[in-house]
Design a protein around this ligand. Structure first.
Ligand SMILES: C[S@@+](CC[C@H](N)C(=O)[O-])C[C@H]1O[C@@H](n2cnc3c(N)ncnc32)[C@H](O)[C@@H]1O
Length: 214
């Protein structure tokens, strides 16, 4: 049976989950800058939805600065680890569920949506952004950090399809930063901030804060 890219994505992260959970953050200083930049937009009563939450590190770190965080990831094995970590950390205002960018309650939408290191992995990412734009009310903040792999070194960029084929990397979308910005705007968001937090040379992961237009 032929597996879809979305199924392959889930299978990769399910298999990789325990190893991924043990892998260190590649640029800790950049990560701290991203957390600080995100915290600037949070208020104590903020209702946050994060998709592609991974093993929950960001949700757990941001929990003291928000009212509640609903964090989703399409890989059940990843969500299992995130839930364990939140329990161990004693965090009570974060809940996890298996799901994608659309896993929030339409009747009670979040005020802030977070997407860190995931848009390049979302199969059908352009449609997913358009859907978010359609479903989120005006004023909703969309904060993301995304690998824009067109800007990567040729060796890495050209090696990606091979790594995907060999199943040592998940299926990825390769697009430029300009393309990502254009798609976020097309989905109905206004860009408020665009920064690079990397501290170790070339940084192809723009941190973008956008707000749904009225
Ligand atoms: C590189 S990890 C990033 C995790 C975390 N956000 C971080 O910054 O450390 C990507 C995560 O996105 C998840 N993912 C991939 N496609 C997704 C989708 N369409 N919706 C939600 N999560 C997805 C994967 O299962 C994986 O846990």
């Amino acid at each position: 049976m032929v597996m879809s890219d979305a199924e392959r994505q889930v299978r990769f992260w399910n298999r990789f989950a325990r190893r991924y959970a043990k892998s260190p953050v590649t640029d800790q200083a950049a990560y701290e800058r991203t957390l600080a930049a995100t915290r600037r937009w949070l208020v104590p009563e903020a209702r946050v939805f994060e998709f592609g939450c991974g093993t929950g590190t960001t949700a757990i770190r941001l929990a003291p600065h928000a009212g509640s965080i609903l964090a989703a990831d399409t890989a059940p094995a990843i969500i299992e680890i995130a839930s364990e970590r939140a329990r161990e950390a004693g965090v009570e205002n974060v809940s996890f569920l298996v799901g994608g960018p659309d896993a929030f309650d339409r009747a009670n939408p979040p005020g802030i949506v977070l997407a860190f290191n995931v848009i390049h992995l979302v199969i059908g990412w352009r449609e997913a952004l358009l859907e978010l734009g359609r479903d989120l009310p005006p004023g909703t903040l969309f904060i993301s950090k995304t690998a824009c792999l067109t800007g990567e070194r040729a060796l890495i960029r050209l090696g990606i399809p091979l790594a995907v084929k060999l199943r040592i990397a998940p299926p990825v979308n390769i697009f430029s930063e300009a393309d990502l910005v254009a798609e976020i705007e097309k989905a109905g968001f206004e860009i408020l901030e665009r920064e690079h937090h990397g501290t170790t040379g070339r940084d192809v992961r723009p941190f973008i804060v956008a707000r749904k237009r009225g």
